[in-house]
Write a protein that binds this ligand. Structure first.
Ligand code: PMP
Length: 358
């Protein structure tokens, strides 16, 4: 007997990167940080274990204050959620429905599609340019809600703040969601704009630059009135959302912010070296501002490269989608992990050359 409502039957499934933990794989497929959380995080989480019989603070007061301090904004400008996916879902739920569609690029973060499908929100897609960049003019003065990942995923390209501002300024009656999941790795953040524009929601996560993917911590940042509107919805569906352990982990991470900023700089440096080596091997590598590179090779298809790397214990991500089927998205790990990956690609190339000669 099926009880699922008809309207849910055809919900698409989000296919995340393979989750192979602790089995010797080099995991370059889910954009996690290769670096562990800072030392204070373990202590802070351990300190909560003896208090788990008590509910957590539903308002995330200490966490919001700590992250607000890092960002240089008021705590009332910050909402905390269970990962930025939850914040994104809640912002779709709060501001869009069948009559209030969302406009977004045709190639972007895949989970937006699922949220919209689950909530019955129509999506209107604007194609990326031929070179995979977003043309900001496609979003100016359109009078509809907008979601943009900036930098975009999986391309890694970022729009300058001046172009984001033009989008936000020219759609004053609509919410513009800027998903800055990867901004800490070298993009310009549009956070300073929240003081001037009440329709801008910036979404951030501790999953990438803060090494806390498994803790599930995400944030919505905007003017206090917009955040209060979002809180109305959050408290109706998930009052105690962020666990006691995750809140404590987040506060500790904010107190050790410099550790994470240093990791971001290391990752950006490793990204530059990796992109340079891939280009030397003939790859087309998009100019990334994130902790991944999106790269295609003229001598091997994306699908073959992914499977040959997997056979060597290295996981990368790929989509069977028009225009990007030949690209692999490769997370930037440690320098040593990237060297392992580059050596594997060299080996794949040598084997192909040898096979071709036979
Ligand atoms: N936005 C983008 C663009 C992402 O790539 C991801 C990671 N999959 C997320 C949001 C969600 O991250 P999390 O829920 O772990 O905060």
């Amino acid at each position: 007997m099926g009880f699922l409502l008809d309207r849910h039957r055809d919900l698409p499934a989000y296919v995340p990167g393979d989750h192979e933990e602790g089995d010797g794989f080099v995991r370059l497929n889910t954009n996690e940080s290769p670096y562990p959380p800072s030392p204070g995080v373990a202590k802070a989480v351990a300190g909560q274990i003896g208090r788990l019989q008590f509910y957590n603070d539903p308002d995330c007061t200490a966490l919001r204050a700590a992250y607000a301090r890092v960002l240089g904004v008021e705590p009332a400008c910050v909402m905390a959620g269970n990962g930025s996916d939850q914040v994104l879902f809640l912002s779709f739920f709060a501001f869009s429905d069948r009559e209030h569609p969302i406009v977004l690029p045709d190639i972007t973060y895949g989970y937006y599609d699922l949220f919209a499908a689950a909530l019955g929100i129509p999506l209107h897609r604007r194609p990326l340019r031929e070179d995979f960049t977003v043309d900001y003019r496609d979003y100016c003065g359109i009078g509809q809600n907008i979601v943009l990942a900036n930098p975009n995923a999986p391309t890694g390209y970022a729009l300058p703040v001046s172009e984001i501002e033009e989008i936000v300024r020219s759609n004053p009656r609509n919410v513009v969601i800027i998903d800055e999941a990867y901004a800490d790795f070298g993009a310009e953040s549009c956070l300073p704009l929240i003081r001037r524009y009440g329709n801008l929601l910036v979404v951030r996560t501790f999953s990438k630059s803060r090494s806390l993917a498994g803790a599930r911590l995400g944030f919505g940042v905007g003017c206090p009135s917009l955040i209060a509107q979002l809180e109305t919805v959050r408290s109706a569906v998930d009052l105690y959302g962020v666990s006691r352990m995750a809140q404590a982990a987040g506060v500790a991470a904010c107190e050790e912010n410099e550790y994470y900023m240093e990791n971001c700089r290391r990752i950006a440096k490793t990204r530059g070296l990796t992109a340079g080596k891939l280009r030397q091997m003939g790859f087309d590598v998009l100019d990334s501002r994130t902790n991944f590179v999106f790269a295609a090779s003229p001598w091997i298809s994306g699908a073959q490269l992914q499977s040959e790397l997997r056979a060597r214990g290295i996981l990368v991500r790929r989509w069977d989608a028009p225009r990007i089927e030949n690209f692999c998205r490769i997370t930037i790990g440690t320098q040593a992990q990237m060297e392992t990956m580059l050596r594997a690609i060299e080996e794949i190339r040598r084997e192909r050359d040898a096979g071709a000669k036979r």
